[in-house]
Design a protein around this ligand. Structure first.
Ligand code: ADP
Ligand code: ADP
Length: 228
Protein backbone atom coordinates (compact mmCIF):
# COMPACT_ATOMS: atom_id res chain seq x y z
CA UNK A 1 0.00 0.00 0.00
CA UNK A 2 2.99 2.31 0.52
CA UNK A 3 5.95 2.07 -1.83
CA UNK A 4 8.97 4.35 -1.98
CA UNK A 5 11.47 4.28 -4.82
CA UNK A 6 14.75 6.22 -4.67
CA UNK A 7 13.21 8.89 -2.47
CA UNK A 8 15.50 11.81 -1.70
CA UNK A 9 14.64 14.82 0.47
CA UNK A 10 16.87 17.85 0.48
CA UNK A 11 15.66 20.76 2.63
CA UNK A 12 16.09 24.36 1.42
CA UNK A 13 18.97 24.79 3.91
CA UNK A 14 20.94 22.11 2.01
CA UNK A 15 20.51 19.28 4.52
CA UNK A 16 19.80 15.97 2.79
CA UNK A 17 17.54 14.30 5.35
CA UNK A 18 16.64 11.25 3.23
CA UNK A 19 19.17 9.77 0.81
CA UNK A 20 17.54 7.28 -1.54
CA UNK A 21 14.90 5.32 0.35
CA UNK A 22 13.38 2.16 -1.11
CA UNK A 23 10.68 0.45 0.90
CA UNK A 24 7.37 -1.34 0.58
CA UNK A 25 4.81 -1.57 3.37
CA UNK A 26 1.82 -3.81 2.74
CA UNK A 27 -1.79 -3.40 3.82
CA UNK A 28 -2.26 -4.69 7.38
CA UNK A 29 1.39 -4.43 8.46
CA UNK A 30 2.60 -2.87 11.71
CA UNK A 31 6.03 -1.26 11.18
CA UNK A 32 8.20 0.57 13.70
CA UNK A 33 10.61 3.19 12.38
CA UNK A 34 13.64 3.45 14.66
CA UNK A 35 17.00 5.20 14.60
CA UNK A 36 19.00 8.02 16.20
CA UNK A 37 17.74 11.60 16.47
CA UNK A 38 18.23 13.46 13.22
CA UNK A 39 18.33 10.21 11.20
CA UNK A 40 15.42 11.24 8.97
CA UNK A 41 12.50 9.36 10.59
CA UNK A 42 10.18 12.37 10.79
CA UNK A 43 11.03 13.42 7.25
CA UNK A 44 10.25 9.88 6.04
CA UNK A 45 6.91 9.96 7.87
CA UNK A 46 5.99 13.49 6.81
CA UNK A 47 6.51 12.60 3.15
CA UNK A 48 3.95 9.79 3.46
CA UNK A 49 1.15 12.25 4.20
CA UNK A 50 2.66 14.99 2.01
CA UNK A 51 3.53 17.32 4.85
CA UNK A 52 6.90 17.35 3.07
CA UNK A 53 7.38 16.83 -0.65
CA UNK A 54 10.27 14.61 -1.78
CA UNK A 55 12.97 16.31 -3.85
CA UNK A 56 13.03 13.30 -6.17
CA UNK A 57 11.77 9.72 -6.31
CA UNK A 58 8.39 8.06 -6.19
CA UNK A 59 6.02 7.57 -3.24
CA UNK A 60 3.02 5.44 -4.09
CA UNK A 61 0.08 5.24 -1.71
CA UNK A 62 -2.45 2.71 -2.98
CA UNK A 63 -0.98 3.14 -6.45
CA UNK A 64 -1.04 6.95 -6.65
CA UNK A 65 2.33 8.73 -6.81
CA UNK A 66 1.76 11.31 -4.10
CA UNK A 67 4.99 13.15 -4.94
CA UNK A 68 3.11 14.38 -8.01
CA UNK A 69 -0.09 15.49 -6.22
CA UNK A 70 -1.22 19.08 -6.61
CA UNK A 71 -1.79 20.92 -3.35
CA UNK A 72 -5.54 20.86 -3.86
CA UNK A 73 -5.46 17.04 -4.12
CA UNK A 74 -3.73 16.56 -0.75
CA UNK A 75 -6.99 16.55 1.29
CA UNK A 76 -8.13 13.50 -0.72
CA UNK A 77 -4.91 11.65 0.15
CA UNK A 78 -5.38 12.50 3.83
CA UNK A 79 -8.93 11.15 3.89
CA UNK A 80 -7.44 7.70 3.55
CA UNK A 81 -4.92 8.11 6.38
CA UNK A 82 -4.87 8.93 10.05
CA UNK A 83 -1.97 10.83 11.60
CA UNK A 84 -1.01 10.85 15.30
CA UNK A 85 1.62 13.18 16.79
CA UNK A 86 3.76 13.21 19.93
CA UNK A 87 2.08 16.41 21.16
CA UNK A 88 -1.49 15.23 20.36
CA UNK A 89 -2.44 18.42 18.45
CA UNK A 90 -6.02 18.58 19.79
CA UNK A 91 -8.15 21.68 19.38
CA UNK A 92 -8.14 23.26 22.87
CA UNK A 93 -11.53 24.97 22.60
CA UNK A 94 -13.35 21.87 21.42
CA UNK A 95 -14.35 19.04 23.75
CA UNK A 96 -13.47 15.39 23.18
CA UNK A 97 -16.57 14.68 21.09
CA UNK A 98 -16.07 17.81 18.97
CA UNK A 99 -12.36 17.13 18.40
CA UNK A 100 -13.21 13.75 16.91
CA UNK A 101 -16.35 14.89 15.06
CA UNK A 102 -14.39 17.73 13.44
CA UNK A 103 -12.41 15.21 11.36
CA UNK A 104 -15.69 14.09 9.80
CA UNK A 105 -17.21 17.56 9.49
CA UNK A 106 -14.31 18.80 7.35
CA UNK A 107 -14.93 16.00 4.85
CA UNK A 108 -18.64 16.82 4.86
CA UNK A 109 -19.81 13.51 6.29
CA UNK A 110 -23.58 13.38 6.81
CA UNK A 111 -24.52 14.64 10.31
CA UNK A 112 -26.56 11.51 11.04
CA UNK A 113 -23.47 9.34 10.45
CA UNK A 114 -21.16 11.56 12.51
CA UNK A 115 -22.85 10.94 15.85
CA UNK A 116 -22.77 7.16 15.51
CA UNK A 117 -19.18 7.03 14.22
CA UNK A 118 -17.84 9.33 16.96
CA UNK A 119 -19.61 7.39 19.73
CA UNK A 120 -18.25 4.13 18.33
CA UNK A 121 -14.62 5.27 18.23
CA UNK A 122 -14.83 6.95 21.65
CA UNK A 123 -16.02 3.62 23.02
CA UNK A 124 -13.17 1.83 21.27
CA UNK A 125 -10.54 4.11 22.87
CA UNK A 126 -12.29 3.97 26.28
CA UNK A 127 -13.39 7.60 26.46
CA UNK A 128 -17.17 7.36 25.99
CA UNK A 129 -17.71 8.83 29.46
CA UNK A 130 -15.42 11.83 28.84
CA UNK A 131 -16.98 13.01 25.59
CA UNK A 132 -17.86 16.41 27.09
CA UNK A 133 -14.47 17.12 28.66
CA UNK A 134 -11.91 19.50 27.21
CA UNK A 135 -8.29 18.55 26.38
CA UNK A 136 -6.85 20.44 29.38
CA UNK A 137 -9.07 18.39 31.70
CA UNK A 138 -7.52 15.13 30.50
CA UNK A 139 -4.30 13.28 31.30
CA UNK A 140 -1.67 12.96 28.55
CA UNK A 141 -2.69 9.37 27.87
CA UNK A 142 -6.32 10.37 27.54
CA UNK A 143 -5.43 13.21 25.17
CA UNK A 144 -3.52 10.75 23.01
CA UNK A 145 -6.57 8.44 23.00
CA UNK A 146 -8.65 11.33 21.68
CA UNK A 147 -6.04 11.94 18.97
CA UNK A 148 -6.14 8.25 18.07
CA UNK A 149 -9.95 8.29 17.96
CA UNK A 150 -9.74 11.29 15.63
CA UNK A 151 -7.20 9.50 13.43
CA UNK A 152 -9.39 6.42 12.92
CA UNK A 153 -12.90 7.93 12.87
CA UNK A 154 -12.71 8.15 9.09
CA UNK A 155 -11.81 4.39 8.86
CA UNK A 156 -8.45 5.02 7.15
CA UNK A 157 -6.43 2.16 5.66
CA UNK A 158 -3.27 3.41 7.38
CA UNK A 159 -2.42 5.27 10.58
CA UNK A 160 0.94 7.07 10.67
CA UNK A 161 2.32 8.01 14.08
CA UNK A 162 5.42 10.05 14.93
CA UNK A 163 6.60 9.25 18.48
CA UNK A 164 3.06 8.91 19.83
CA UNK A 165 4.29 7.84 23.29
CA UNK A 166 7.16 10.34 23.48
CA UNK A 167 5.38 12.49 26.11
CA UNK A 168 3.85 9.65 28.12
CA UNK A 169 4.99 7.64 31.14
CA UNK A 170 5.89 3.95 30.59
CA UNK A 171 2.58 2.51 31.79
CA UNK A 172 0.49 4.94 29.73
CA UNK A 173 2.75 4.26 26.73
CA UNK A 174 1.89 0.57 27.00
CA UNK A 175 -1.83 1.32 27.07
CA UNK A 176 -1.50 3.47 23.96
CA UNK A 177 0.57 0.80 22.21
CA UNK A 178 -2.03 -1.88 23.01
CA UNK A 179 -4.64 0.39 21.46
CA UNK A 180 -2.60 0.69 18.26
CA UNK A 181 -2.18 -3.09 18.27
CA UNK A 182 -5.94 -3.53 18.48
CA UNK A 183 -6.50 -1.06 15.62
CA UNK A 184 -3.94 -3.01 13.59
CA UNK A 185 -5.72 -6.29 14.43
CA UNK A 186 -8.85 -4.80 12.86
CA UNK A 187 -6.95 -4.47 9.57
CA UNK A 188 -5.45 -0.95 9.65
CA UNK A 189 -1.81 -0.58 8.63
CA UNK A 190 0.28 1.13 11.36
CA UNK A 191 3.55 2.95 10.67
CA UNK A 192 5.15 4.39 13.80
CA UNK A 193 8.40 6.18 14.58
CA UNK A 194 9.43 5.49 18.17
CA UNK A 195 12.30 5.56 20.65
CA UNK A 196 10.55 3.17 23.00
CA UNK A 197 13.04 0.32 23.19
CA UNK A 198 11.12 -1.80 25.68
CA UNK A 199 7.92 -1.69 23.65
CA UNK A 200 9.63 -2.46 20.32
CA UNK A 201 11.51 -5.37 21.87
CA UNK A 202 8.36 -6.82 23.39
CA UNK A 203 5.92 -6.31 20.50
CA UNK A 204 8.15 -7.95 17.86
CA UNK A 205 6.75 -6.20 14.80
CA UNK A 206 8.52 -5.21 11.60
CA UNK A 207 11.40 -2.87 12.46
CA UNK A 208 12.82 -0.45 9.89
CA UNK A 209 15.96 1.29 11.13
CA UNK A 210 17.03 4.59 9.54
CA UNK A 211 20.46 6.14 10.03
CA UNK A 212 21.80 9.14 8.22
CA UNK A 213 18.85 9.23 5.81
CA UNK A 214 19.15 5.58 4.76
CA UNK A 215 17.53 2.29 5.72
CA UNK A 216 20.18 0.24 7.49
CA UNK A 217 17.96 -2.61 8.71
CA UNK A 218 14.52 -3.99 7.92
CA UNK A 219 13.45 -7.05 9.90
CA UNK A 220 10.23 -8.86 10.66
CA UNK A 221 9.85 -9.52 14.38
CA UNK A 222 12.85 -7.28 14.84
CA UNK A 223 14.28 -5.61 17.92
CA UNK A 224 15.02 -1.99 18.71
CA UNK A 225 18.74 -2.45 18.35
CA UNK A 226 20.00 0.71 20.08
CA UNK A 227 20.97 1.53 23.66
CA UNK A 228 19.04 4.85 23.75
P1 ADP B 1 14.47 12.31 13.04
O1 ADP B 1 12.98 12.33 12.97
O2 ADP B 1 15.06 10.96 12.80
O3 ADP B 1 15.01 12.95 14.28
P2 ADP B 1 14.35 14.39 10.99
O4 ADP B 1 13.68 13.84 9.79
O5 ADP B 1 13.57 15.26 11.90
O6 ADP B 1 15.01 13.18 11.80
O7 ADP B 1 15.63 15.20 10.55
C1 ADP B 1 16.59 14.72 9.61
C2 ADP B 1 17.57 15.84 9.28
O8 ADP B 1 16.87 16.85 8.55
C3 ADP B 1 18.18 16.52 10.48
O9 ADP B 1 19.48 16.87 10.15
C4 ADP B 1 17.32 17.75 10.66
O10 ADP B 1 18.02 18.78 11.28
C5 ADP B 1 16.95 18.10 9.23
N1 ADP B 1 15.63 18.75 9.12
C6 ADP B 1 14.44 18.26 9.55
N2 ADP B 1 13.44 19.10 9.25
C7 ADP B 1 14.01 20.14 8.59
C8 ADP B 1 13.50 21.34 8.00
N3 ADP B 1 12.20 21.63 8.01
N4 ADP B 1 14.40 22.17 7.40
C9 ADP B 1 15.68 21.88 7.37
N5 ADP B 1 16.23 20.78 7.89
C10 ADP B 1 15.42 19.91 8.50
P1 ADP C 1 -2.18 11.01 34.88
O1 ADP C 1 -1.71 10.80 36.29
O2 ADP C 1 -2.52 9.73 34.16
O3 ADP C 1 -1.36 11.95 34.07
P2 ADP C 1 -4.01 13.09 35.69
O4 ADP C 1 -3.62 13.11 37.13
O5 ADP C 1 -3.62 14.20 34.81
O6 ADP C 1 -3.62 11.69 35.01
O7 ADP C 1 -5.59 12.91 35.60
C1 ADP C 1 -6.26 11.88 36.28
C2 ADP C 1 -7.75 11.99 35.95
O8 ADP C 1 -8.27 13.24 36.37
C3 ADP C 1 -8.01 11.89 34.48
O9 ADP C 1 -9.08 11.00 34.28
C4 ADP C 1 -8.37 13.29 34.03
O10 ADP C 1 -9.42 13.24 33.05
C5 ADP C 1 -8.91 13.92 35.29
N1 ADP C 1 -8.50 15.34 35.33
C6 ADP C 1 -7.23 15.83 35.27
N2 ADP C 1 -7.22 17.17 35.33
C7 ADP C 1 -8.53 17.55 35.40
C8 ADP C 1 -9.19 18.82 35.44
N3 ADP C 1 -8.51 19.99 35.44
N4 ADP C 1 -10.53 18.83 35.48
C9 ADP C 1 -11.21 17.67 35.46
N5 ADP C 1 -10.66 16.44 35.42
C10 ADP C 1 -9.33 16.38 35.39
Amino acid sequence: MIQMKNVIKKYPNGIIAVKGLNIEIKQGEFAYIVGPSGAGKSTFIKMMYREEKPTSGEIRVNGTDIAQLKDKEIPFLRRGMGVVFQDFKLLPRKNVYENVAFALEVIEEKPENIKKRVSDVLKLVGLAKKANMFPDELSGGEQQRVAIARSIVNTPKVVIADEPTGNLDPETSWEIMRLFDEINARGTTIIMATHNKEIVNTMRKRVIAIENGQIVRDERGGDYGYEF
